[in-house]
Design a protein around this ligand. Sequence first.
Ligand SMILES: *Cc1c(COP(=O)(O)O)cnc(C)c1O
Length: 358
Amino acid sequence: MTAAVHTRWPGILEAYRRFLPITDHTPPLSLCEGNTPLVAAPGLSREIGASVWLKLEGCNPTGSFKDRGMVLAVAKALEEGSQTVICASTGNTSASAAAYAARAGMRAVILIPDGYVALGKLAQARMYGAEILAVRGNFDEALALVREVAQRLPVTVVNSINPYRLEGQQTAAFEVCDALGDAPDMVCIPVGNAGNISAWWRGFVRYHEAGKIRRTPRMFGFEAEGAAAIVRGEPIAKPETFATAIRIGNPASWTLAVEAVESSGGAMDAVTDDEIAEAYLRVAREGVFCEPASAASVAGLLKLARSGRVPPGATVVCVLTGNGLKDPDSAIRLGQATPRVVDCNLAAVETALAGGDA
Ligand SMILES: *Cc1c(COP(=O)(O)O)cnc(C)c1O
C-alpha cells in the first residue's frame, strides 16, 4: 500500500469555506495558515493517565493561532474596500496583521504596550513593514485607544472585537475533530482577551450542528494569576505576568468565554507564573517549544489532574497558541541547559562529557 504523501494545503478560507462567511467577492487571501500538527504527548499522557494531545498553533505562518482569524479579517476588510487595518496587540496579533496586510497590499498600524512585547514578535512587525506605535500604556489601554481612533479615521479594527477574527479561529476546532474523528473530551486553552476559547467553542457547536461530531468537549480556560480578571470577576487595572500574550486585565470576549465554559461543562481557572514556567519546561521535554502564554494550557491541565478532575483515559487537547521562538528572552532565562565553553579539541570535549573540568 502506498502511504499518503504530502498534499498541498490551501489555507483555511478555502479548506473550510462552507463554514465561513465567504462570498464570491471575498479575495482568496492565504499564507497557507491552519492544518497545524496535532501531536501526541506520551510523557504527559502517562503522568496524567489520559490521552493528551498538543495542538501546535505555533506552526502557523506567523507562529501563532492569530493567523486563522487574521486571514479572514483582512480578506473581509479588502472585500469591503478598506485600505488600512489597525490593532492593539501584545505582539502576536500585530505580527499576524502586519503579515496579512503586507500580503494584501494594505497599510497596517499597530499599537503595542511599550516594553512588554516579546522580541520575536517585535522583529516580525518590523520585517513585515507595519507602522508601529509603542504606547506608554498596557494592552487594555491600547485597545481602548484603537476603538477611539476607528471612530474618527477610515481604518478597519482587526482585534478580536472584529467578528471575523473569531469566525476564522473556529477552524482550529474543526481540524482537531477532523484529526480525531470526533471531539475530544476536554480542551485546555490559555485565556488573554478570551477570544480564542470563545471561537473554539463556537467551532465545536457548529461542527456538532453540522453532524460532523457526536459530542462537544468540556472547555477549560486558564488565565495567568496576575491577569485573572474573569476568574476574579472584575477587571484588573495593572495585569502582570511574564506570559505577555495573556497579560490582559479586561478581556474583550469576557461574556462569550464565560458562556463557553459554562455551557460546555468546563471551567475557568488561574495558573501562577511559576506553574506556567514549570509547564513551559515540561512541554519542551516532549520535544515541543511553545511560548510562555501557551504553556498556561498545560499548567492548567496539570492543575486539573492534581485535583483529580481529569477522568482516566480522557482525550484532552491542550492548545499551544504560539511558537517558542517568539520569546527568546524567556527561554534563555528559564531554559535549563547552559552552554559550557570548552577548548576546541577532542580532549576538552571528552573531558566535558565525562563530567570533568574542560
Ligand atoms: C493571543 C494569544 C493568547 C490569548 O488568546 P485570546 O484569544 O486573547 O484569549 C494566548 N497565547 C498566545 C500565544 C496568543 O498569541
